[in-house]
Design a protein around this ligand. Structure first.
Ligand code: 2HG
Ligand code: ZN
Length: 490
């Protein structure tokens, strides 16, 4: 069935949440003679792609952090854009909320049901995983929303190209989810975030209407850029089903240096110098002594340097030819003590050095359910923020464990706090207020989700929020798409 033809679904009545919860598997016409939503969805995607059993739904109902969870009526897994269209039309006609989920690696609660009412459905995009043949002449590829980042990276590498947005969750994170959050990751200083790679999207609006703009034209000034509007919209405006992405030449030669430093200010000075000297600089990642100790004990790794330093900076260069000499030369002007750096120029050492940074997330998660506050500061304020957030935690949350790390080159720190009850958001409020007072953003790359909806006003003005709500209302008048995400409803 195509997107404009929903007439074959039979008589549809607004869903009574309680009726759905009471009998989600009903296979006979209900009292009113209409089919249940479950029956309609089964008709669209097939029985095996509508999950109603508690056990089968559960993995879709808890996010990666374990801080956010909820209950859905059903999980539906469409296998084509037309099926997504029919699913949304059916939900729209019944005013049933839809939470879109890709790899469920999100960290702000946007991809799981917002409450325990069991009234929404989770729409998983994972079956929309087709990766079309790479368009080498244009350095572009069209890819389904459910393709994983790792799958995309492998597919384009076979053609000598690279998709340069990269992040630790690459094996599970999907292209659709990365578009929804405007994911940034490890290479933003060189290649930008997801927004810079998206040339167009195909998406389905709440009522089932398909909008598609996958031509990949570099020059295309034909009105509003609807694709870019959807980048970072966190599933609140439409369900992205496919995207046209721009690729870059593969840079197979990588070299990494892990530097021990005395302060965040020193790390920023190093980044400044390297940015000027190393055009191939693609990562500048920061972590701290306590975070490193946690990673080493969690992952059973030996410390990377002979002695301990308050601050660590991991920098990576990559190129089409060996770029290790460039890195050595650039480091030589920094005048660092000899034993304050570890260098990796072969694949295995590069991977080992990256482990110290990439395994922070799992190491934090192993000690408890974290409050994750992903923030950006103006570069000049990063050192002040680091000091003040530590003082704030010591003073007001002395029992909490604070682990800081992130993408120093982007001014992006991941503030992880373990200890306070996951439902108590006092620490979230305190940290985000500090960020705003220093001119920062309360979300750098993870999104607002439901985790930070209360504090959107710290980063966006009232008129900006009103404009965003007007856009939301225009595209999703019933408010069925990810209703608890981004806005509090107030
Ligand atoms: C990263 O940079 C991710 O590794 C996750 O954005 C950050 O766990 C986090 O807080
Ligand atoms: Zn990050």
């Amino acid at each position: 069935m195509n997107s404009s033809d929903h007439s074959q679904e039979g008589p549809i009545q607004p869903l009574q949440p309680s009726a759905l919860c009471a009998d989600p598997k009903a296979s006979t016409p209900n009292r009113a003679g209409s089919r249940s939503l479950e029956e309609v969805l089964v008709g669209i995607v097939g029985r095996s792609n509508v999950l109603s059993d508690d056990e089968l739904r559960r993995p879709y109902e808890v996010d990666w952090t374990r801080r956010f969870s909820g209950r859905s009526a059903l999980v539906v897994r469409p296998g084509s854009t037309d099926e997504v269209s029919d699913v949304l039309a059916a939900c729209s006609q019944r005013s049933v909320s839809v939470v879109t989920q890709g790899g469920n690696t999100g960290l702000v609660g946007a991809s799981v049901p917002p409450d325990d009412t069991g009234t929404c459905i989770v729409l998983s995009t994972r079956r929309l995983a087709t990766i079309q043949p790479v368009d080498k002449a244009a350095s572009q590829v069209t890819v389904g929303a459910g393709a994983t980042l790792a799958g995309l990276q492998q597919a384009v590498a076979a053609e000598g190209l690279a998709f340069p947005v990269d992040l630790a969750a690459r094996d599970s994170a999907t292209v659709g989810g990365m578009i929804a959050t405007n994911a940034g990751g490890l290479h933003v200083i060189r290649y930008g975030a997801m927004r810079q790679r998206v040339l167009g999207v195909e998406a389905v609006l709440a009522d089932g209407t398909v909008i598609s703009h996958l031509g990949g034209l570099l020059k295309d000034n034909t009105g509003y850029d609807l694709s870019q509007l959807l980048v970072g919209s966190e599933g609140t405006l439409a369900v992205v089903t496919a995207a046209r992405l721009s690729l870059v030449p593969e840079t197979p030669h990588r070299a990494v240096a892990l530097l021990g430093l005395t302060s965040v200010a020193a790390a920023l000075e190093v980044i400044d110098v390297l940015r000027g000297d190393l055009p191939g600089l693609q990562a500048a990642e920061l972590f701290f002594e306590d975070g490193l100790a946690l990673v080493c004990s969690h992952a059973r790794l030996a410390p990377p340097l002979a002695q301990s330093y308050p601050v660590y900076l991991l920098v990576e260069v990559a190129g089409r030819t060996d770029c290790s000499d460039d890195l050595f030369e650039a480091l030589s002007v920094l005048d660092l003590p000899e034993d304050a750096s570890a260098i990796g120029v072969d694949t295995s050492t590069v991977a080992k050095l990256w482990e110290y940074r990439e395994r922070h997330t799992e190491a934090v998660s192993a000690i408890g359910i974290p409050h994750k506050l992903d923030v950006t500061l103006p570069h000049s304020r990063l050192p002040t923020f680091e000091k003040q957030v530590r003082l704030l935690l010591e003073r007001d949350f002395p029992a909490a464990v604070l682990v800081l790390f992130g993408h120093a080159g982007d001014g992006n720190l991941h503030v992880n706090v373990v200890g306070p009850d996951p439902d108590d958001d006092a620490v979230d409020e305190a940290v985000l207020t500090l960020v705003a007072s220093l001119g920062g953003s309360i979300s750098a790359e993870h999104g607002i989700g439901r985790a930070k909806a209360r504090w959107l006003g710290l980063s966006r003005s009232a008129s900006e929020i009103a404009t965003m709500k007007a856009v939301k209302t225009a595209l999703d008048p019933l408010g069925i798409l990810n209703p608890a995400t981004l806005f509090t409803g107030a």
